[in-house]
Design a protein around this ligand. Structure first.
Ligand SMILES: Nc1ncnc2c1ncn2[C@@H]1O[C@H](COP(=O)(O)OP(=O)(O)OP(=O)(O)O)[C@@H](O)[C@H]1O
Ligand SMILES: [Mg+2]
Length: 354
């Protein structure tokens, strides 16, 4: 069992509020991602869990008991950092064994655990090497083994793969996820890479300016971003300033049906690129927009287009591979799903069929 609770957790550095009273419950065995832009407080929040940073106020509880008075090595947590942090003068084996020796574990037991950890990260034959004799990816695997061997209740990872090339990053994160499931450990993973968070996490905490803007499953974050910040930060999105005008929402010189219960005042309409269809020019549907394709790229399993819509501007579209259009074509667009964001309120979703 290992649950984590952050309660009104706050960290100030002088006048900078790095973490602004966040509340969060992480379940046993859950894989949670902190996702957000640079400087939003992800690392600071994680470091407070690991004990490397002292909270200004609030509490960190593991299995219901406060750990804020404990030093990092007394906490049931282990951290993997972004930069390679192996001890260069120690062989891989000794790097991993170090923490266990501090705990005065008998050598036979250490040997079993270190070999088990090396095997888990796929580096069985590498114990005798020094860190400089390893690739970046191998070094991060050792860092992971060094954390796991301590059998922490909660594994903390601060952008552990961001120094690696894209392919290796994907492979290592898949391996990490498998290991995390196998040993059923609670994990918190910090990243500013949305694709990484979407593919790894059970839940994502999207952070902005020291606060959690949304805490949800990846699919929910993608389909129903609760704020414009999340809408803009996660995935591609057409974000269009609008106003309400009677029964429709006015976007530049174009309109879309307005959802019920919308108050007057400025709005923002957000449309995913895959939620705009190209329909026949003869379509009489309300809220179709004439446009012209200015740019088209084939991206394997789909096509990406930029369409200039008179009275709105350029929109991004993801089209099925089978869509037969060309650059320069005049087209008629039909948004099939969009989110309307009133100021300071949750969005209203509109879905339409063709
Ligand atoms: N030791 C410190 N002293 C002063 N300010 C700090 C310190 N550590 C962090 N900060 C500030 O706190 C804020 C949050 O920093 P933090 O490192 O948590 O961001 P982050 O989300 O991890 O960003 P990144 O994606 O760039 O790693 C930033 O404004 C940063 O400048
Ligand atoms: Mg950071």
């Amino acid at each position: 069992m290992a649950t984590l609770d952050l309660i009104n957790l706050r960290k100030e550095f002088g006048t900078v509020v790095a973490v602004n009273n966040i509340n969060l419950n992480v379940g046993d065995g859950e894989f949670l991602c902190f996702l957000g832009p640079s400087g939003c407080g992800k690392s600071t929040a994680l470091r407070m869990v690991g004990g490397f940073e002292e909270p200004t106020s609030g509490d960190v509880q593991i299995d219901g008991a406060s750990v804020v008075q404990m030093s990092p090595n007394r906490r049931p947590t282990a951290m993997v950092f972004q930069k390679f942090t192996l001890w260069p003068h120690m062989r891989v084996y000794d790097n991993i064994a170090f923490g266990l020796r501090l705990r005065r574990m008998p050598n036979g037991e250490i040997d079993k655990k270190v070999n088990g950890a090396l095997e888990m990260v796929g580096l069985k034959a590498y114990g005798k090497r020094y860190p400089t004799q390893l690739s970046g990816g191998e070094q991060q695997r050792v860092a992971l083994a060094r954390a796991i061997v301590l059998e922490p209740k909660i594994l903390l990872l601060d952008e552990p793969f961001s120094n690696l090339d894209a392919l290796l990053r994907v492979r290592l994160r898949e391996e990490l996820r498998m290991i995390q499931r196998n040993i059923h450990i609670t994990a918190i993973f910090v990243t500013h890479d949305q694709e990484e968070a979407l593919s790894l996490a059970d839940r994502i905490a999207v952070m902005n300016k020291g606060q959690i803007e949304q805490l949800d499953k990846p699919s929910q974050i993608y389909s129903s971003p609760r704020t414009l910040f999340v809408a803009d930060f996660i995935g591609a999105m057409n974000i269009l300033p609008a106003t309400r005008a009677g029964d429709h929402v006015q976007i530049g010189e174009r309109g879309l049906p307005a959802p019920d219960g919308l108050t007057n005042g400025p709005l923002t309409v957000a449309i995913r690129p895959e939620d705009i269809a190209i329909v026949p020019a003869t379509s009489t549907n309300n809220g179709t927009w004439p446009g012209q394709i200015t740019q088209l790229s084939d991206l394997g399993h789909y096509r990406k287009a930029f369409v200039d819509v008179a009275g709105i501007g350029a929109l991004k579209l993801y089209l099925p591979k089978s869509t037969t259009v060309d650059e320069g074509d005049a087209v008629t667009l039909y948004p099939t799903r969009y989110l309307v964001y009133p100021q300071d309120k949750p969005p209203v979703e509109v879905k339409r069929t063709l």
